[in-house]
Design a protein around this ligand. Structure first.
Ligand SMILES: [Zn+2]
Length: 367
């Protein structure tokens, strides 16, 4: 194993900082070990820190790292909240459940997907039923199998993709791809063929740490879609549920509602055609809790750039070597795409994230 992968941004470093911050506020910590290792041979886990009485009726639930590489934003935000709680007591009868890096393999390997090349945020479907079909993806799949990073095959794949976008419209093609697909484990936005480790673990965590609450507001934390430096607060669901109205009343025009369906579109940068989002797992798993499932999605660079980087990273894990110089370059670009180093970007999203959570904590006192 090697000095590659980025020295400052690693799973182990992030976990250590999270656990230190949790210890400083005397949080209760539960660890869910992951069966695989990171690029440095490091052990992987999801850690759950609970601040406040574990039997509190009201809970703020914060989930980071569904898309592994996006976890640096979520983790840093969770650490900032823990630090903030050193000087600010929680409202009575409230606890905060911080679920740290639910796709630890993806964070460690700087990937959006997990160890099965699965998009965890497409995996929360009912696998006892036939998974959603994505017929149109079939015509695009070949593009993502190309064996060159740059060279004639990649050029051909680029041309193929450009042709599809010209013929069908760029937004339509992006929708088809990002809707997820359940047939090709070597494809992109693969939703898996069974519950992933993350899926099973998140359900277990919700059962153990949230299910006994009366009321909960939950946030799944993401980056990479939307306008640069703009954290978008969202509800995502297959249909409008009563919680949407409560959330709308709570956040007013800050809240963006996305209803997903086969042919739905959205101007948010988030795929409205997809199913199997984290929110769905929380709704299913917390049937007896009065739950508001929310998403924060922080905009970074433009989507076309992101898609090229995802293609590069997909190539890297199919045909390349994540430990060589090319691998390192791709990883650095991917991390920058999902967690820009720009101090002003980070300041804005940290501020907005704190505001959103403060409003949730205030609201819980009246719920
Ligand atoms: Zn994401």
């Amino acid at each position: 194993m090697s000095a590659y992968f980025l020295d400052t941004s690693s799973f182990a470093n992030q976990r250590e900082r999270f656990l230190e911050a949790a210890a400083r506020v005397e949080a209760t910590v539960a660890t869910y070990p992951h069966p695989m290792h990171g690029p440095r041979g490091e052990t992987l886990s999801t850690d759950v820190a609970t601040v406040g009485p574990a039997d509190a009726q009201k809970r703020l639930v914060l989930v980071s790292g569904t898309h592994g590489v996006e976890g640096f934003y979520g983790s840093d935000s969770q650490i900032a909240l823990l630090d903030n709680l050193r000087d600010h007591a929680l409202p009575e009868g409230t606890c905060v459940v911080l679920v740290h890096l639910v796709n630890p393999w993806g964070t460690a390997w700087l990937r959006r997907v997990n160890e099965d090349n699965a998009d965890v945020n497409r995996n929360y479907i009912d696998f006892t039923q036939a998974p959603p079909a994505n017929i149109e993806y079939e015509t695009l799949h070949e593009i993502y199998l190309c064996r060159d990073l740059d060279g004639p095959e990649r050029q051909r794949a680029d041309e193929q993709l450009a042709t599809h976008m010209r013929d069908r419209g760029e937004a339509r093609v992006r929708n088809i791809i990002e809707a997820g697909q359940y047939r090709h484990p070597d494809g992109v936005f693969f939703g898996g063929t069974q519950q992933t480790w993350t899926n099973r673990t998140v359900r277990q965590i919700m059962q153990a740490h949230v299910a006994s609450a009366r009321t909960a507001i939950a946030f799944d934390l993401h980056t990479g879609a939307g306008a640069y430096g703009h954290p978008m607060l969202m509800t995502i669901g297959e249909r409008k549920v009563p919680a949407h109205d409560t959330a709308q009343a709570l956040y007013g025009p800050w809240l963006y509602t996305i209803l997903t369906a086969e042919n739905a579109s959205s101007d948010s940068g988030v795929a409205a055609t997809a199913t199997g989002y984290t929110s769905q797992a929380l709704i299913d798993q917390l049937a007896d809790v009065d739950l508001i499932p929310l998403v924060i999605e922080c905009g970074t660079y433009d989507g076309a750039r992101g898609h090229t980087l995802l293609r590069d990273d997909h190539w890297l894990h199919l045909h390349g070597d994540p430990f060589d110089a090319t691998g390192r370059r791709i990883k650095a670009a991917l991390l920058e795409h999902y967690y820009p180093a720009d101090a002003h970007w980070r300041e804005l999203i940290a501020l907005r994230t704190r505001q959103i959570w403060q409003r949730a904590l205030d609201a819980l006192t009246t719920m």
